[in-house]
Design a binder for this molecule. Structure first.
Ligand code: S3P
Length: 440
């Protein structure tokens, strides 16, 4: 068990560049593996989750060269039909993205694979991918019969389907679209709100034919089968989900001014920026650039007096991973924030409705959990406390941001102590050092 202690900070100042986007890093390895030739991904996220993806593809016979100093990977692709069966279980660690999206590719292979991950992965719902992959003709079995991993997947001879997904999930959408590359006719996925579209953008960049259309309540992405994919050069933008902790910390610690550089602002990911604006937060885009079809920007953040807001509906998938840190902002804001339509929080790395409520309440916030979100009544000063990440990286980092503005407790505790703080390795190995570098 690792504990990190964080005390109230003076104003945050300086510049920070966050590591590469986790979703895009995973996808660059996956698509690179099934493309012809070499794919090089720079500013690749060298975190535990992405390393799980790399190790699974190595097990499937793909050479992946990792340059840790240069934050770059080179994937020696073998084409759509070049993967080899692995004699061992493919171990996906803590990564839902690896588990679900990889399963789509495995469904297209005419061999059997077994996929499993850590304790947390073994409780996360896989029925959502088992259903469409089975409809396509793959044989997917949950070995414990609980719709969780371990899964065995026997693929090949897939039929294209038009899948109506009950959840807005990029992992489900990507799983089905990648299986669709191996089908006998086009495959489409329609989801109730538009989830992140990195797979669609990257597939098109590699030479596949993906089209997207939609309107409120029905967003459709379709893919043509059997494309020839060509390896390419990718520069991964910084991860807005990682930038979110610095944005929040700078907003809530008085007198702060921080430049967060190279943040991916793909509109299907950037809901946080809209919410921060709605709350009265001072975040300015100072420059904007293109990273191979993905937009990125430098963001100047100044501390602000925040007020409560309502967050629900179609914006939710665009900020789903940022809700824990948005809850922190809401706790420091005046007035009430109501978050709805976010039931998905219950099936993330932890039940984030429960873990946010437990920890922010321990710090003195007024949080009422709801079945699909939470109500946070701001304006109660937060204080240092012993908190528990529940081994969920986004909970640990959100609490670290909250701790920077937390007062001494009535019992005289000055430091917030975060239990199992090293879970940040999942998405941001240097997180605490980077946070400290901005604190006076
Ligand atoms: C991800 C999709 C989201 C997100 C996760 C990464 C992806 O999950 O929460 O951290 O890379 O596709 P869902 O697809 O379950 O919403």
């Amino acid at each position: 068990m690792s504990i990190v202690e964080i005390r109230k900070s003076g104003a945050l100042h300086g510049e920070i560049e966050v590591p590469g986007d986790k979703s895009i890093s995973h996808r660059s390895v996956m698509l690179g593996a099934i493309a012809e030739g070499e794919t090089r991904a720079e500013h690749f996220l060298m975190s535990a989750d992405c390393l799980s993806t790399i190790s699974c593809f190595r097990q499937l016979g793909i050479q992946v060269d990792v340059d840790r100093q240069g934050d770059a990977v080179t994937i020696h692709g073998k084409g759509l039909h070049g993967l080899k069966p692995s004699g061992e279980t493919l171990y996906t660690g803590n990564s839902g993205t690896t588990t679900r999206i990889l399963s789509g590719i495995l469904a297209g292979q005419d061999f059997t694979s077994t996929v499993n991950g850590d304790e947390s992965i073994q409780t996360r719902p896989m029925g959502r991918i088992m259903a469409p992959l089975t409809q396509m003709g793959a044989c997917v079995v949950s070995l414990r019969g609980n719709d969780c991993t371990p899964l065995t997947i026997t693929g090949g001879n897939l039929h294209g389907i038009d899948y109506l997904s009950p959840v807005a999930s990029a992992q489900v959408k990507s799983c089905v679209l990648l299986a669709g590359l191996y089908a006998d006719r086009p495959t489409s996925v329609t989801e109730p709100s538009l989830s992140r579209n990195h797979t669609e953008l990257m597939l098109n960049g590699f030479g596949a034919k993906v089209s997207s259309s939609g309107h409120e309540g029905a967003w459709k992405a379709s893919v043509e089968p059997e494309p020839v994919l060509f390896g390419r050069h990718i520069v991964v933008p910084g991860d807005i989900s990682s930038a979110a902790y610095f944005i929040a910390a700078a907003l809530i610690v008085p007198g702060s001014e921080v430049l967060v550089k190279n943040v991916g602002i793909n509109p299907t990911r950037a809901g946080l920026l809209k919410v921060v604006k709605d709350m009265g937060g001072d975040v300015t885009i100072v420059s904007e650039y293109d990273r191979g079809g993905e937009k990125a920007a430098d963001l100047l953040v100044r501390s602000s007096s925040l007020h409560g807001t309502k967050i629900g509906g179609e914006i939710i998938p665009t900020l789903i991973d940022e809700i824990p840190v948005i809850a922190v902002l809401a706790a420091y804001a005046e007035g009430t924030t109501v978050i709805t339509d976010a039931k998905e929080l219950k099936v993330k790395e932890s039940d984030r409705i429960a873990t946010v409520t437990e920890n922010l309440t321990a710090m003195g916030a007024d949080v009422t959990p709801q079945d699909d979100g939470m109500i946070i009544r701001g304006g109660h000063p937060l204080h240092a406390a012993d908190v528990d990440s529940h081994k969920d990286h986004r909970i640990a980092m959100s609490l670290a941001a909250a701790a920077l503005a937390a007062e001494k407790s009535t019992a005289g505790t000055e430091c917030t102590r975060i239990k199992d703080a090293d879970c940040v390795l999942i998405s941001y190995p240097g997180f605490y050092e980077d946070l400290r570098s901005l604190c006076l």
